[in-house]
Design a protein around this ligand. Structure first.
Ligand SMILES: [Zn+2]
Ligand SMILES: [Zn+2]
Length: 311
């Protein structure tokens, strides 16, 4: 059942920002159950010296702050749209120079093919992509999102939980949101586990029936989220290591050698998380990384020459 939480949510696509309220509701109920009815009274009775409880409370708040920071970074960051009049840059086969396509005569892919026949030997060149819905060229790795109604740079998927597309500019923030959600929901599940066990062993359980029901609900919800997010997190770790988006993972099945695979370290640092380690665990990029890594802008992606016989 737990594994179907995300599938279930694709059915909730139309709900829009109600999903944000739902996320905040789960956070609020968990806060009530863990801090106010579980750890709070223990800390109060011990005068604040119960060291394990104090540690758990600090950890809970720290993870919650990181979770909300990452979450709203994904929600509020534009995943990346195609700049107006963007044109593909094609390498001139003879001179090896980059040739940007300019001029109004290249406004349609058919005209473009005719004019550039000396540069492109294969009219079905996968490097030239055009979106009929947006009526514009598509940068490499971008895809049209039918929910957003536009092309999104390095689109991964449209996420109902964040009411936004996950793409080039907010993918790292999305991964951090997954990571902190997994850690926080696991902490909540482990914190409430003794109550859950006591409930089934008919042991002494402190609290009102309302508090008990909330504790029970919070335990089940957080366990379901922890398991779902863990599956999702494992999948995305493997995608990051191969420099693949969720959409491209389907394309890759037809292409055994993936041309954007630059090796694990480069895939991790130069395509998603940045080189500066101090910024890996926060939803921000350093100024220097933004300056030295053009891929973080989402428009250009180097290919591995060993894997791409076309280039
Ligand atoms: Zn489009
Ligand atoms: Zn979208």
């Amino acid at each position: 059942m737990a594994w179907n939480v995300f599938k279930f949510c694709t059915a909730l696509r139309g709900l829009g920002s109600v999903m944000i309220l739902m996320v905040l509701g789960v956070v609020g109920v968990s806060y009530y159950a863990v801090v106010l009815t579980n750890y709070g009274p223990t800390l109060f009775e011990s005068g604040g010296v119960a060291s394990f409880t104090a540690f758990a409370v600090v950890l809970f708040h720290g993870l919650l702050a990181m979770l909300l920071w990452s979450y709203f970074s994904v929600v509020l960051t534009d995943p990346g749209g195609v700049p107006p009049n963007w044109r593909p840059v094609i390498m001139d086969e003879e001179g090896g120079e980059a040739v940007p396509l300019v001029g109004s005569e290249f406004s349609s892919p058919i005209l473009f093919m005719q004019h550039q026949s000396t540069l492109i030997s294969d009219p079905g060149d996968p490097r030239i992509r055009f979106c009929k819905k947006c009526n514009q060229f598509k940068p490499p790795r971008s895809h049209h999102c039918s929910v957003c109604g536009r092309c999104v740079l390095k689109m991964d998927h449209h996420c109902v939980w964040v009411v936004n597309c996950v793409g080039a500019l907010n993918y790292k923030f999305f991964l951090l949101f997954l990571l902190y959600t997994f850690l926080e929901t696991t902490l909540v599940t482990l914190s409430l586990l003794p109550h859950f066990i006591a409930f089934f062993n008919d042991g002494e359980i402190p609290g009102t029936p309302g508090a008990l029901a909330t504790t029970f609900l919070t335990f089940v919800l957080n366990l379901a989220f922890a398991l779902s997010v863990l599956g999702f997190l494992i999948m995305h770790i493997s995608l990051v290591m191969g420099n693949t988006t969720t959409i491209e993972a389907y394309e890759k099945k037809a292409t055994p050698k993936w041309r954007y695979d630059l090796g694990r370290r480069k895939n991790f640092e130069q395509q998603v998380f940045g080189i500066d380690k101090r910024y890996w665990l926060i939803p921000v990029y350093s100024e220097e990384d933004l300056r030295r890594i053009p891929e973080l802008e989402g428009l250009e992606y180097p290919t591995n020459p060993d894997l791409d016989s076309r280039l």
